[in-house]
Design a protein around this ligand. Structure first.
Ligand code: ADP
Ligand code: MG
Length: 464
């Protein structure tokens, strides 16, 4: 604490915390505000710290009004609230402050120092393309030939032939791969065209954020300069009415301006649940290209290609065996190949059907079965020795909250359920809670090797 701070005292801070807890409710408080700390109160500026950027943005977008109101009750002079990022046990990270000021009767938020204007959306908008996902690396067969040809057409044409291109197919069949491939091709051939790829979840998040900033015009502005817009996994916008509304308008505006749109989903437009009829019909008005489940031939083709790319010699018999036995999706097949190669290199044994059977035991057994959220909850609860009812309960203590987050994360990565669907299965939690859980676990996976290993083990237990 800086000693220029005025009437800062601990007891006021404690009572402010108590008020916040009352204002937002216990569960929201424990989820989001528990790690909020008071850094300083200098003149009219009160500064709080939170451990991560994600949390900072979340709090600014969702709770800044409430924090402002409650702060004013305890610290009358407050007119500006600042949130900085300070990792647990670390120092404040420079340049991370977000400031909220009251101007007249409404409060405006801005990033510190550099851009006091509107926002930092444009930089954060869109997601990078994965260099592995190109047309060259895509193996074409009967099940995906239409989707492949249509994607190529979209990436080559200077004239728009079908709009939107709607790629639909189950998990792990190459939708994302094709969208990235379109992106790469356009970048290469017509670098002046502006291509944006993002997930529907990210679209939603950005939109909700714009609403909070009361700044949807800036949100829309971003789309204006785009030539090609690709939105992945639109099944996740189901149920979100105002996001759908916005999506619909953005969509129409772009189509009218002759911009190319590419959409993917795990279902055809007409089968999308919880999506408004007019949006469904708009989505289906271009070309709907199905990616069908893989055939034996396609699987074999993909395996041969992937083995070649990795420069490993795998006996044809083994590749045939794998193509017969691992039928769920391409992602799983790639995983199997990786594991097999890793095993062979580490242990130094040749790759045979026997070793494949041994190393891939779990995969081979489960490849025909669909894993449900309930099964995941059960396995995770067993693993952590908690009650399965804790998966649905509102309890927040870490001993149950972390396993619950892990189960949510696994549900998201193993099943094809949407965030709202997953939330419902965890005691009717909001999709944002699930999104937060997924983020959290992803962070932990990256920062903690042991945690990552534990998670892999758990995944394997669930698969078997
Ligand atoms: P989806 O988005 O449909 O769930 P992805 O595009 O993420 O699936 O594909 C899953 C994995 O399988 C990726 O690593 C992708 O490269 C690979 N894959 C899928 N289909 C093919 C294919 N036809 N040829 C080569 N790789 C493929
Ligand atoms: Mg995908």
């Amino acid at each position: 604490m800086d000693n220029t701070s005025s009437t800062f005292d601990e007891s006021k801070w404690s009572s402010l915390k108590k008020d916040l807890k009352k204002t937002v409710g216990d569960s929201a408080y424990n989820n989001w505000l528990k790690n909020l700390n008071l850094v300083s109160l200098i003149n009219d500026t009160i500064t709080f710290s939170v451990p991560t950027k994600f949390l900072r943005d979340w709090i600014v977008n969702n709770y800044s009004d409430k924090i402002k109101n409650d702060s004013k009750k305890h610290f009358e002079s407050v007119d500006i609230i600042k949130f900085v990022v300070k990792p647990t046990g670390g120092r404040i990270v420079p340049g991370t402050a977000r400031t909220i000021k009251s101007t007249d009767n409404h409060w405006k938020s801005s990033m510190d120092v550099r851009s006091t204007q509107l926002s930092n959306y444009p930089n954060e908008f869109g997601a990078p393309l994965d260099p592995r996902f190109t047309f060259d690396n895509f193996v074409v067969g009967k099940p995906n030939e239409l989707a492949f040809a249509a994607s190529q057409r979209v990436s080559e044409a200077d004239k728009i032939t079908f709009n939107p291109l709607f790629l639909c197919g189950g998990v792990g069949l190459g939708k994302t791969h094709l969208m990235h491939a379109i992106g790469w091709k356009i970048k290469q051939k017509q670098p002046e065209r502006k291509v944006i790829y993002l997930s529907a979840e990210k679209f939603m998040y950005q939109f909700v954020r714009a609403l909070r900033y009361k700044d949807t015009s800036a949100f829309k502005e971003q789309f204006r300069s785009i030539d090609v817009l690709m939105i992945d996994d639109v099944q996740f916008i189901s149920g979100k009415d105002n996001t759908q509304e916005e999506f619909f308008h953005t969509f129409n505006a772009l189509i009218e301006q002759n911009k190319q749109i590419v959409i993917s989903a795990d279902k055809s437009p007409t089968d999308l649940d919880g999506v408004q009829e007019r949006l469904k019909s708009r989505l289906g008005c271009g070309l709907v290209a199905d990616i069908h489940p893989t055939t034996y031939e396609l699987r074999l083709g993909i395996l041969i290609e992937k083995a070649q790319k990795r420069g490993v010699e795998i006996p044809p018999k083994v590749l045939e065996f794998l193509s017969h036995r691992i039928i769920s999706n391409v992602r799983e097949m790639e995983g199997a190949l990786n594991r097999l190669v890793a095993h062979a290199t580490l242990v130094g044994t040749p790759i045979t059907i026997d070793t494949a059977q041994l190393v891939l035991q779990d995969l081979l057994k489960s490849s025909n079965k669909k894993i449900t959220i309930e099964e995941i909850q059960k396995k995770v609860a067993e693993h952590f020795n908690i009650r399965i009812t804790d998966m649905h309960s509102p309890r927040r203590s870490r001993s149950v909250a972390r396993p619950r987050q892990i189960a949510m994360y696994l549900a998201k990565s193993i099943t094809s359920r949407s965030l709202p669907e997953i939330g419902r299965k965890f005691g009717g939690r909001d999709h944002t809670t699930v999104m937060h859980a997924v983020k959290k676990i992803e962070e932990l996976k990256l920062s903690d090797v042991n945690f990552n290993e534990d998670l892999e083990l758990l995944k394997r237990l669930i698969d078997s």
